[in-house]
Design a protein around this ligand. Structure first.
Ligand code: SF4
Length: 196
């Protein structure tokens, strides 16, 4: 439910600001002076709006990511401006670029060092499928070594497409059950990659 917010606005600017709304609230009960909802919905919303990306950029798609971070596209608008280059602090692994087979185990190690809950975004054709590099040395998609949540197509994808991928991850984080990471289904998924 959107809550319209009005500030001390100059009358001439009233039209512009009339539609300003703060983030939607989760469903819940509300009355004067209180609002109640479920823990799961609050956690989901907090996770959604505070994703910390770990950029694993190896080639040209990384340049698109730089544009995505810069002022024009501004990933900070989605609460994701805090990039971490240590896996233990991050929950969104963004893989951008060609991943060689030699690099596969390193990528997997980075993934394993991330704490749960963690999400993976494969950005661009190379990370998703090997792209144009159908060669002996290139991994034909990072989902051969780690599970992927969202794939972003393109060679390279434009910053808008990368933002769209992040928004899709946000939707996953928002709607994820708190029990999912302990579920048999999730354990089976990790098990299929040889991860305990
Ligand atoms: S998908 Fe295209 S732009 Fe991205 S890393 Fe591969 S070759 Fe470069």
């Amino acid at each position: 439910m959107a809550r319209p917010v009005k500030f001390n606005i100059h009358p001439k600017q009233a039209d512009i600001h009339d539609n300003i709304a703060i983030a939607d609230m989760p469903e819940g009960l509300q009355g004067e002076g209180y609002f109640a909802t479920s823990f799961e919905k609050v956690i989901g919303r907090a996770r959604m709006n505070s994703l910390w990306p770990l950029p694993f950029a190896t080639s040209c798609c990384g340049i698109e990511f730089m544009a995505t971070m810069a002022s024009h596209y501004d990933l900070a608008r989605f609460g994701s401006e805090r990039l971490g280059f240590t896996p233990r602090q991050c929950d969104l692994l963004m893989v951008m670029g060609t991943i060689s087979k030699k690099m596969g185990p390193i990528l997997r190690q980075v993934y394993l060092q991330m704490a749960e809950p963690r999400w993976v975004l494969a950005v661009g054709a190379c990370a998703s499928s090997g792209g144009i590099f159908d060669t002996y040395s290139v991994l034909q998609g990072i989902d051969q070594v780690i599970p992927v949540d969202v794939y972003v197509p393109g060679c390279p994808p434009r910053p808008e497409a990368i933002l769209d991928g992040v928004i899709k991850i946000q939707e996953l984080a928002l709607n994820e059950s708190l029990r999912r990471r302990n579920s048999e289904h999730y354990k089976a998924l990790l098990g299929s990659y040889g991860i305990q």
